[in-house]
Design a protein around this ligand. Structure first.
Ligand code: SF4
Ligand code: SF4
Length: 306
């Protein structure tokens, strides 16, 4: 028996039932992400980018490479006002401080995603010199309880993360938290319990704010999801201009590639179809939503076609 779902997400422009696949047309790159490299000091369960102390499938970007993309964004007026650094663990990249410094000097907002562990704590002297109202560090914490956090991140990961978080707080950095929704805990309760965690640790953060406590649903590629057609935007009352790849890009350097490439978004670093070439300017092209993540995370979210 032929299963329609086996034929989904195969043809770039047409869905399994022959409809026109939905697409996004980017107009600007408000947020420019850099994946500084996939190596990480820890190995979390279900890390979406499969980072670990051994995975170097995305190699370290250099300062010169990052600088050239920032310069391109500015020179070509691509609308960039924020630079994001993700990994792996960005503080393991030897050039990260120069990258942050350059971005801040260009008057851009800077967001660094970190696990706030040893790689960050080893660089506190340099980091403190860069503290700026435009710099925010987003710390990953998989649960406010040590036991659950370590179930995902491994033994001895909680206390050192707390040391990093408290250091950021004591030294007046802007910081936010990111957590995962995988504990069968209602989001409302999770936010409330994180609020208690913040208070008990003398931290400052509004856990009711989705910007200050960012929550992520788990990404399970095995779960079936509908394909998005050009008619879905109206049916779902959704604006394509709200989808991440209409206003951001991520630069990566694939292992063994001579030059960095520009990827449509942070969610699909390994999918060749979403590799948009070597310049930001050329990356402003049509993106067909030909991946499960496009449907599940970016378009449907909590909504449904029916
Ligand atoms: S700390 Fe972040 S990048 Fe590193 S393994 Fe965990 S989820 Fe992945
Ligand atoms: S997953 Fe698909 S729709 Fe979502 S931002 Fe990436 S390319 Fe765009």
């Amino acid at each position: 028996m032929s299963n329609l779902s086996d034929n989904k997400f195969k043809n770039q422009k047409v869905t399994a039932d022959g409809s026109n696949r939905a697409f996004i047309e980017a107009r600007n790159i408000k947020t420019l992400w850099f994946n500084t490299g996939t190596l990480c000091n820890i190995e979390c369960k279900n890390c979406y980018i499969e980072s670990s102390p051994k995975n170097d499938s995305l190699a370290y970007l250099t300062f010169e490479e990052v600088k050239s993309f920032i310069d391109e964004a500015i020179d070509k007026n691509l609308g960039t006002n924020e630079i994001g650094f993700t990994g792996g663990e960005p503080f393991m990249n030897k050039d990260i401080m120069k990258m942050i410094d350059y971005s801040l000097r260009k008057r851009l907002k800077v967001l660094v995603l970190s696990n706030a562990m040893k790689p960050m704590l080893n660089r506190t002297k340099e980091l403190i010199k860069l503290n700026h109202s435009n710099l925010t560090i987003r710390v990953s914490i998989d649960h406010y309880e040590k036991e659950k956090h370590e179930e995902i991140r491994g033994k001895n990961t909680y206390d050192v993360m707390m040391q990093g978080l408290k250091w950021l707080n004591e030294n007046n950095f802007n910081y936010t938290l990111a957590t995962r929704l995988l504990w069968n805990e209602k989001e409302e309760d999770l936010r409330k319990n994180f609020g208690t965690f913040i208070k008990n640790n003398n931290l400052r953060l509004d856990t009711n704010s989705p910007k200050e406590l960012v929550t992520f649903a788990e990404m399970d590629e095995k779960i079936d999801t509908p394909e998005i057609t050009t008619s879905c935007w109206d049916i779902l009352n959704k604006d394509p201009n709200d989808v991440m790849c209409s206003w951001s890009r991520m630069v990566v350097r694939k292992k063994n590639s001579k030059n960095p490439s520009v990827i449509a978004c942070t969610l699909l670093p390994y999918a060749d179809e979403f590799d948009l070439g070597e310049t930001l300017t050329n990356s402003l092209q049509k993106i067909y939503l030909n991946h499960k993540h496009c449907s599940k995370f970016c378009v449907l979210g909590g909504s449904s076609c029916s």
